[in-house]
Design a protein around this ligand. Structure first.
Ligand SMILES: Nc1ncnc2c1ncn2[C@@H]1O[C@H](COP(=O)(O)OP(=O)(O)OP(=O)(O)O)[C@@H](O)[C@H]1O
Ligand SMILES: [Mg+2]
Length: 523
């Protein structure tokens, strides 16, 4: 007898429909899987057989052929265990075929018949809804995630036996947990003493504060250069707290990305916190950009909508950093394989930190740097010119004077609130974003504007243009760098609530790109 069950497979950010077909034919007992299954699906033979037996069902004593249609697309993961088991029950006459009609199923089986969570459920639920599925059948552990898609009935259970029992008695939407009351985004909530991180800086210098605020408001990439222990890492970790809350569509996309990457965990509401990803410099290209036969998102895409922090930038292999160039520019990463091509969004604010030279003390007032000019040149040679060109803000940070820290020790009040004061507060950053979204086409951030849009909507004064031209030719800035200078100046004007970009904003933007790397040498 032939039986069918609908399911879905993940490809990039999308879930694509898959029909699991099971046919029982006379012959020696055995289960054959066809339709380009990967190793995890091949192994589902053993899991399904054991789960059926341990759940009190008859195992097939004939030849079983399982086909995953369409047969020309590679399928991956253990989520096909459940649809295979259910189709087998129908084919062997242990479940009425009508009970599976219109259902979409996904879930991993344990040998004891328990149902285990699997990744990509949110994308599959969106796909099931678009296919007008009667209900989406998932393990209980995935029910809350699936129910984030409104208007799609969810059926869930903890074991296969429990689920079949439900199906036999007629399904009812047994899992539509009320979406949990949305917690205010941590990025905007003022830190209470109880939630205050012990890693919060006591104080931040005005220049560093402004660089962070510009990066947060306009989505500009930031490079911080400074001596050891001056607080670069600490400052970068403050950035997510300064970013405005996520819109519903961004929150859905970020939740979906985390679900596909398998890092979501148990959620009852959309992820509302902007991501902050800080991969170690030993990370591989696949770890940073994503990859695999059936590609999964890497750190870059997992930082979508938030911050990608590359600490100790010069320690990252140059070849890996250079692979970031194109996705940073386009905000989307395309991965091509022989059989498939998929994309992951990656609109991130890149924040990088490094020392100015191998010993770390170049430019320090203590004069303790003993690195030769050649050593310094070689150190900066680890970063390619085109990669550095993409960093809008490049500034040197100085250590906070101990006297300033001491005053902070004595001062009362909450240090995290104190350092986000005035025009650098998350409220001011949010207001700047509202201004730029109202002015820019498609509600884009200033860093995302094309040259044409910048000229048309940037509201740049003639004197500022003249000054910009002079600076660009004197410093021999590339076309990209000079446009980025204008975008930063536009963000500074938005932060200061100034309608037009004048010379002053442009001069400030130049200051924030004033870190001079040594001239390049041939390695
Ligand atoms: N503004 C500050 N307020 C309070 N503590 C600070 C501040 N700046 C630095 N520190 C202290 O100095 C330590 C080192 O800071 P951090 O790790 O950010 O330095 P870094 O610039 O990243 O150094 P490296 O170049 O060695 O990586 C922090 O753990 C913190 O204790
Ligand atoms: Mg550091």
């Amino acid at each position: 007898m032939l039986a069918r069950c609908s399911s879905a497979s993940i490809q990039g950010m999308e879930a694509l429909p898959v029909t699991v077909e099971v046919d029982l034919a006379p012959g020696l007992p055995g289960l054959q899987l066809v339709g380009l299954p990967d190793t995890a699906i091949q192994e589902s033979r053993e899991r399904v057989r054991a789960a059926l037996r341990n759940s009190g069902f008859r195992g097939p004593l004939v030849r079983v052929i399982v086909n995953l249609a369409p047969a020309d697309r590679r399928k991956e993961g253990p989520a096909f265990d459940l649809p295979i088991a259910l189709a087998l029950l129908v084919a062997s006459g242990q479940l009425d075929p009508q009970k599976l009609e219109g259902l979409c199923c996904a879930g991993e089986l344990g040998l004891d018949g328990s149902l285990r969570s699997c990744r990509g459920i949110l994308a599959m639920a969106c796909q099931a809804k678009s296919q007008h599925a009667k209900a989406f059948v998932v393990p209980s552990a995935n029910a809350a995630e699936a129910s984030l898609v409104t208007g799609l009935p969810i059926v869930s259970a903890t074991t296969l036996a429990q689920l079949v029992d439900q199906l036999r008695h007629g399904i009812k939407d047994n899992c539509c947990p009320q979406p949990a009351a949305e917690k205010p985004a941590t990025t905007t909530s003022p830190a209470s003493p109880s939630t205050l991180s012990s890693a919060a800086p006591l104080t931040i210098q005005h220049f560093a504060q402004k660089a962070l605020a510009i990066a947060a408001a306009g989505g500009h990439n930031l490079l911080m250069v400074g001596p050891p222990g001056c607080g670069k890492t600490m400052l970068a970790r403050q950035l997510p707290k300064m970013l405005p809350p996520l819109s519903d569509s961004d929150a859905l996309e970020i939740t979906r990305l985390q679900s596909i990457a398998g890092t979501l965990g148990n959620v009852t509401s959309l992820v509302r916190q902007r991501p902050f990803r800080a991969p170690h410099h030993s990370t591989t290209a696949a770890g940073l950009l994503g990859g695999g036969i059936n590609p999964r998102p890497g750190e870059l895409s997992l930082a979508h909508g938030g911050v990608l922090f590359l600490d100790e930038l010069t320690e990252f292999p140059r070849s890996i950093l250079d692979q970031l160039r194109q996705p940073l520019e386009e905000g989307v990463l395309w991965i091509s394989r022989a059989r498939l091509r998929c994309s992951f969004p990656c609109q991130v604010t890149l924040v990088a930190a490094t020392n100015p030279c191998p010993c770390g003390w170049h430019g320090d007032s203590s004069n303790r740097c003993r690195c030769s000019e050649l050593q310094r040149q070689r150190y900066w040679n680890r970063l390619s010119g085109p990669f550095l060109d993409r960093l809008d803000l490049q500034c040197r940070l100085e250590p906070v004077p101990t006297g300033q820290l001491r005053r902070c020790f004595k001062a009362n009040g909450d240090p995290t609130e104190r350092h986000l004061e005035g025009s650098f507060s998350s409220e001011a950053i949010q207001a700047a974003r509202i201004r730029m979204c109202q002015r820019n086409p498609g509600s884009q951030l200033n860093s995302q504007l094309s040259a044409l849009e910048l000229g048309r909507y940037g509201q740049i004064e003639e004197q500022a243009f003249q000054c910009w031209e002079q600076v660009a030719s004197r410093r021999q800035l590339s076309m990209r760098s000079s446009l980025r200078l204008l975008r930063v100046a536009r963000t500074i004007a938005d932060l200061e609530a100034v309608p037009k970009v004048g010379e002053q904003q442009l001069a400030e933007a130049i200051c924030f790109r004033s870190y001079d790397q040594p001239p390049r040498v041939n390695a």
